[in-house]
Ligand binder design. Structure first.
Ligand SMILES: [Zn+2]
Length: 399
């Protein structure tokens, strides 16, 4: 059962190997001939959207174990009503396959649909077990905790068709192209095993590395002995740093700064969900499936705007759950100008002067060419890299 972390937690009730959620790591990859055979009898071909592609890959490689397909109505309603799959395991974010309503007569229960990439090539199949309607208000209220249309997750759900199909999937293994630094859970498990460590902490982020992140990395390395840094990509937001730039900052840390053999860098693909605490729960699920024993959850983890309270993403784990991964609930690291150091509340006598660290300020200082202000937020190597990249061309996602 997950517990809020205290120094005793890492004394180790979660030890290697961390069991995949539900007991077994799902692998739904198969060869081209099976996919071709299945596609021949398919009643329908669909071109996958970017979000569907990410979910499909996460299901197929076991990131979402124990899911073996897109959710059926039974599982979807169970997640909304009870926060659990129909098998009783806690699950907070529905994994849905929306289809355009004009297509609904072409789906038959028990029949396969062929799922194609943007080039029109069949990469997977789904056996349709369920065709159902999603009430966007009920979805948003439960998953996002709000129906406010200004919430980006709410806006996205409202753009989607209400009709979904669900059922088990099969993927053609050779047609899955990994993104830069993207690793399937089985590969990460092998890396963890070969490291020789006994406990593994996971850190996840969408932002470039700042000194507050590094503070948390040091805590994790000290307590667990091994650190997996997971850069979450797949939900580009206009004005934010491009994924490659974010990955570059952590590549520098893992290859040039941190102790050799004690860290790994992974590109964790997740579509735009913006579900704050419930998204943190999904991340914890993926990380347990990758073999991590501890998960660092900080202030407003996976949050958006002011929709969630500062530590709500830690509190969702506090009551316990069916996950085994332990939560390292860390306080917010901030910059103290008196100490000229990164501290958390209670570590020095200047609580009123502490400055928050965030990517928004980095973007602001870069735009103003106020490079000295970056020193409080970024280590010199990261600062110089970001300034050089910024001078050479745009490093932000365009709208
Ligand atoms: Zn201080």
């Amino acid at each position: 059962m997950p517990k809020l972390s205290d120094p005793a937690v890492s004394a180790g009730s979660a030890v290697w190997p961390a069991s995949p959620y539900g007991g077994e790591l799902v692998d739904l990859t198969t060869d081209q001939s099976e996919i071709t055979d299945r596609a021949l009898s398919a009643t329908k071909r669909l071109i996958l959207t970017a979000t569907q592609t990410i979910h499909l890959r996460n299901i197929g490689t076991g990131c979402y174990s124990p899911l073996t397909g897109f959710m059926t109505q039974v599982d979807f309603q169970s997640v909304l009503a009870h926060g659990k799959l129909s098998n009783g395991l806690d699950w907070k974010v529905p994994v849905l396959f929306h289809v355009e309503e004009k297509n609904c007569t072409e789906f038959r229960e028990g029949a396969d649909v062929a799922l194609c990439n943007a080039g029109g090539h069949v990469v997977a199949t789904m056996t349709v077990e369920s065709l159902f309607d999603v009430d966007p208000d009920a979805y948003c209220d439960t998953v996002m905790g709000t129906c406010d249309r200004r919430h980006p997750g709410v806006a996205r759900i409202r753009e989607q068709s209400r009709l979904c199909i669900g059922g088990p999937v099969k993927l053609c293994g050779s047609k899955i192209t990994a993104e830069r630094f993207e690793n399937a859970p089985a590969r990460i498990r092998a890396q963890l095993e070969s490291s020789g460590a006994g406990e593994f902490a996971a850190f996840s982020t969408r932002n470039i590395s700042h000194r507050g992140h590094e503070y948390q990395h040091r805590v994790a390395l000290d307590r667990a002995g091994f650190l997996g840094i997971h850069v979450i990509t797949g939900a580009a937001v206009a004005g934010n740093f491009m994924s490659d730039v974010v990955l570059d900052t952590y590549q520098m840390l893992t290859e040039e700064i941190y102790p050799p053999g004690k860290t790994l860098l992974n590109n964790m693909r997740l579509p735009p969900i913006y579900a704050g605490p419930k998204e943190a729960f999904l991340q914890a699920t993926v990380l347990q499936n990758m073999g991590f024993t501890h998960f660092i959850v900080g202030r407003d983890h996976a949050g958006v705007g002011n929709y969630y309270s500062r530590y709500e993403s830690q509190e969702i784990f506090a009551a316990g759950s069916t996950l085994d991964i332990l939560i390292m609930a860390l306080p917010e690291p901030q910059y103290c100008p008196h100490c000229n150091d990164i501290v958390t509340e209670g570590e020095c006598q200047h609580p009123d002067d502490l400055k928050k660290l965030n990517g928004r300020d980095v973007r602001r200082f870069l735009a103003a060419e106020d490079y000295s202000a970056l020193n409080e937020i970024l280590r010199p190597e990261v600062r110089d890299m970001i300034i050089a990249r910024h001078s050479a061309g745009s490093i932000f996602v365009e709208s």
